[in-house]
Write a protein that binds this ligand. Sequence first.
Ligand code: NAI
Length: 467
Amino acid sequence: MADRFDLIVIGGGPGGYVAAIRASQLGKKVACIDKRGVFGGTCLNVGCIPSKALLDSSELYAQAKHSFAKHGIKATGVALDIPVMLERKNKVVSQLTTGIAGLFKKYGVTSFAGTGALAGPGKVKVTLNDGKTADLEAPAILLATGSEPTPIPALPFDDKNIVSSTEALNFNPVPKHLIVVGAGYIGLELGSVWARLGSKVTVLEFLPRILPLTDTEIANQVKKSLEKQGLEFQLETKVTGAEVKGGQVTVKAEGKDGPKTFTGDKVLVCVGRRPVTAGLGLEALGIKVEKGKVVVNPETFQTSVPGVFAIGDLIDGPMLAHKASEEGIAFAEMLAGQHAHVNYDAIPSVIYIWPEVASVGKTEDQLKAEGREYRTGKFPFMASGRAIAMADTEGMVKVLTDAKTDRLLGVHIFGPRASDMIAEAVTTMEFVGSAEDIARIVHAHPTLSESLGEAARAAYFGKAIHA
Ligand code: NAI
């Protein structure tokens, strides 16, 4: 006989596990299925969290080697211990996955380690990792199976020399020459990690620029900064094939000046991710999929079949953990009869290189394309007392507002701790605030957050005080 629940969640990443917990908090009987056997999904197991652990460790190493001296600290004999660094990263992951297991226990979410598939209206079959099966039933089924790296046919993953971000979290020893294909989020973050740890890093990008969705002015500054850190960029470069021989990979590419080859010991392919829909049983139930994404009503997350819902990387929108979590929470609250929504206009994005890049709202490129009248306010960290004290003065804050109403339309920060600073911009946008609102907020002195106040002042009054 089938086990009955109010909600079955297939996929236990930041979308699925958060939806399961919220629905349980609201009194629903919930099952959550994940084939990984531990919860947290890509983000926690092989994505955001382990990459941030390595970004922090590698940044400390780079500081000890290159920045301590300017603070008057002599550090001799600074050396890497890669096994310890990787072990710390693994411990960070296991601490957090154990935490989710604890939350499931606390809120009474029933977990299944296995692969779930739709088996008819209101029915899910789980092929458990121990080989057994389980039949579950519920009036609501939430699909939250996330995404996987998109392969390039000319450069198929061999998980050894030609790898995805998952394997690039565990290189040991440090690659001598890492070739990165794709100058997006993963390419720049993991490229930064291994460059700081001693790899020569060459980034091959198909487009004439890096970070195609980031504000162009900011992306150009980021490129210069990363070049100073030793990353090499080959733009307008189309990868056409690869040959692995004696532990070395030779990547063939078509550059703007003709064919080129690049030889290294590892190739990281990171040209985007695609939704994981295979084996879910979508077709049999008639669930509509367009361009690989599950089609949902964005207000309710319902698919084309009543009783089946989808969130996160499976559906439209940025493939970001916090977007999936917010959708999971909104879905669970609506299931419990509450009102909920996700404001897609105010979803922050962060690239955890150093200095960090953080954005919310429209880029200047988008405003131009829309023909919208806008004002710009900028403030360089070079003029921030706190940034100077930290010896971390690269980058700027850029504020974009509606020319007539002063409403905040976008904020783009390239600078130290941009990831924390963007929260103020997100809050202001949520409250439909203006640059004047931010300019008149008292920012503690000396903090980096003053720079957002100053950029807002420049947008509203035409001038910052300190620049
Ligand atoms: P991405 O979409 O950020 O960047 C892919 C890059 O590859 C683009 O610049 C694109 O022009 C380029 N490209 C595409 N085809 C190519 C080809 N054949 N040859 C050379 N270049 C090519 O994708 P990425 O970095 O793989 O990240 C995947 C997803 O994971 C993103 O959607 C991102 O939102 C998410 N993510 C978010 C992070 C964060 O929030 N900090 C960190 C890591 C990933």
